[in-house]
Design a protein around this ligand. Sequence first.
Ligand code: H2B
Length: 95
Amino acid sequence: MKLTEDQIISNLPRIPDWQRLDEKWIQRKYKFGGFPEAIQFVNKVADLAEEANHHPFISIDYKVVTLRMSSWNAGGLTELDFQLAEQFDRAFNQR
Ligand SMILES: C[C@H](O)[C@H](O)[C@H]1CNC2=NC(N)=NC(=O)C2=N1
């Protein structure tokens, strides 16, 4: 279910390194020491996304991986977007 604006604002502190792009999108850039590390992270993201059946837009620019989340089914941000963002951050921190 799509979150209200108030719900979005109160959930943003869960993912302090993510940026609110607009009404429907949150984004984070992850920087790595090299391309192989970036790809390893993308593979982990892919596993988590597939497990949850919730998939980020992924862009890979050499050592920088950008993830963008939204729930197009719901037409905006949902709890699942925040849950996945937290899981991606955890995977990044546990490398
Ligand atoms: C049919 C399938 O369940 C949907 O397309 C899922 C797949 N992954 C998804 N991922 C994201 N981020 N948002 C969605 O709305 C979404 N919908």
